[in-house]
Write a protein that binds this ligand. Structure first.
Ligand code: SF4
Length: 94
């Protein structure tokens, strides 16, 4: 049990349980042409971290199992990454 789970248990007396997952948001990397002050991952032109292909496959497997209504792929900007995940971003389940 991690610290977050322990705190939830301490405050609520129970555990967090997921009833359904509607959206999975994936931050694939930190490179971006912009440097917005509000960016929650501090992306920017000088950042280089990019999700590796092994992690991409784990995320896709998790998404397949969770069957969310939407997978929101973002970065940084997803376009500069070599992963090409953004090419499928308009595909949605019916
Ligand atoms: S990822 Fe979005 S919020 Fe962050 S710096 Fe780039 S454009 Fe701005």
């Amino acid at each position: 049990m991690n610290d977050f789970d322990k705190k939830i248990r301490e405050v609520t007396g129970t555990y967090l349980k997921t009833s359904s997952i509607e959206i999975i948001q994936v931050n694939v990397g930190t490179p971006c042409d912009n440097r917005c002050v509000h960016c929650h991952i501090q992306a920017g032109p000088d950042r280089t971290e990019i999700m590796d292909s092994r992690t991409v496959h784990l995320v896709l497997r998790a998404a397949r199992n969770a069957k969310p209504k939407l997978i929101d792929i973002t970065g940084g900007a997803p376009e500069p990454t070599p992963l090409r995940l953004h090419k499928n971003r308009k595909k949605r389940r019916p």
